[in-house]
Design a protein. Structure first.
Length: 380
């Protein structure tokens, strides 16, 4: 085992060298990746032989491969030929910049090539072809096509910032691609005059500010939908309390006798000398535990706005148990534990107000509900 471990220690640097020199990428025909790895290795170790050889052989091949691919794209009728050619020439520029930042690489490739002079025209043409494709997709007036248009308009903005009316088109495409969901939260009716405002506010805060799983979903309150005069709504998300209980009270009384051995109970005289006497002490402990249980179920339904079909229906349970414990004892205190004595020093305390109990049992429901919303709408 020691011999094997020693051999591994010797081989590891060689294996790492082969990987980082770019030799493996070169042998697989990925000349661009081989060049970048070799250059990076030479930046760390300028005289690294394998990396110098990989760069010497790989750079001309990478340049030839990239230039040929760009020329093929430009000669084709592909819908995004300028975008593809632009990406190829940008690869040449990446190699140019990387070699310039590596003294060891510059000793091998003295005059790396760049295509910065070609980029402005290619970017203009790439912006034009992407803009036209985006407009075609946008005019199909479907959510999926609007998504495609949105990302194409983003490309246009990256190629030529401020191209035509691209910023307005980005906003238009995003709006068309966005699933518009109106959230209906049903008020709570209770003899305690409880308010679900805290719970509703937390849900709305999550949906408006913290929901991040899909940029193409937006939630509206009915008031917001009316104010913004939405041309259409895709779905309704309806939240309501199916049932709930606040302040269900139970008092549990327990009586138990405890004992402890080897406790000093006094002294005795033996052969004229006082000695401690040990025995068993007992105490009767009476405890009361008042439990106030609050629980409920929230229902989440998602309806298709056009067909009124139910797309999903989930229920979430929440419970909060508040309790108070106190007690009394008779007998010898030393038979009790510190915790039991502490209980006997307590007195009955009143439970929190019903509104506070209501809020507490909705907290676990909030976690379940937001997780379900996140999961359901991530697919859109």
């Amino acid at each position: 085992m020691k011999k094997i471990y020693f051999l591994l220690l010797l081989l590891t640097p060689l294996l790492l060298t082969d990987c980082t020199s770019g030799k493996k990428a070169f042998e697989q025909g990925d000349y661009y990746e081989a060049v970048l790895k070799a250059v990076n290795r030479l930046r760390q170790k300028p005289d690294h032989k394998k990396s110098r050889e990989t760069l010497r052989r790989g750079y001309p091949l990478a340049l030839e491969t990239i230039e040929q691919s760009a020329a093929n794209s430009l000669a084709s009728n592909a819908p995004f030929k300028y975008r593809d050619a632009l990406r190829r020439y940008q690869q040449v520029n990446v190699m140019y910049e990387e070699i310039r930042r590596s003294p060891g690489a510059l000793r091998v490739i003295h005059n790396p090539k760049n295509y910065y002079d070609k980029l402005p025209e290619l970017k203009e043409r790439a912006a034009s072809e992407s803009y036209e494709a985006a407009m075609i997709a946008l005019n199909r007036e479907t959510r999926e096509d609007a998504k495609k248009a949105y990302f194409l308009f983003i490309d246009v903005q990256e190629y030529v910032p401020g191209y035509k009316d691209v910023q307005n088109k980005i906003e238009e495409a995003h709006f068309m691609a966005t699933l518009k969901v109106v959230v209906e939260q049903i008020p709570v009716h209770s003899r305690f005059r409880l308010s679900a405002a805290f719970f509703q506010d937390k849900i709305e805060e999550y949906l408006h500010s913290q929901f991040r799983s899909n940029q193409f979903v937006r939630f509206y309150t009915p008031r917001e939908a009316e104010k913004e005069q939405l041309p259409f709504v895709d779905q309704y998300l309806r939240l309501e309390f199916d049932e709930f209980t606040v302040g269900e009270t139970h008092v549990i009384k327990e009586i138990e006798t405890y004992s402890k051995d080897s406790v000093k109970v006094g002294t005795v005289v033996i052969e004229g000398e006082k000695v401690d006497a040990y025995g068993t002490v007992t105490a009767k402990l009476t405890t009361w535990r008042k439990e106030v249980i609050s629980k409920g179920i929230v229902s989440m339904r998602v309806f298709d706005a056009q067909s009124d079909a139910v797309l999903t229906h989930r229920k979430f349970n929440g419970e909060f148990v508040w309790f108070s414990k106190w007690g009394t004892f008779s007998g010898d205190e030393r038979a009790l534990s510190d915790e039991q004595i502490k209980i006997c020093n307590n007195s009955e305390v009143p439970p929190p107000p019903p509104q506070d109990l209501f809020i507490e049992f909705t907290k676990p429901i909030y976690d379940q509900l937001t997780s379900a919303v996140n999961s359901f709408y991530s697919r859109y």
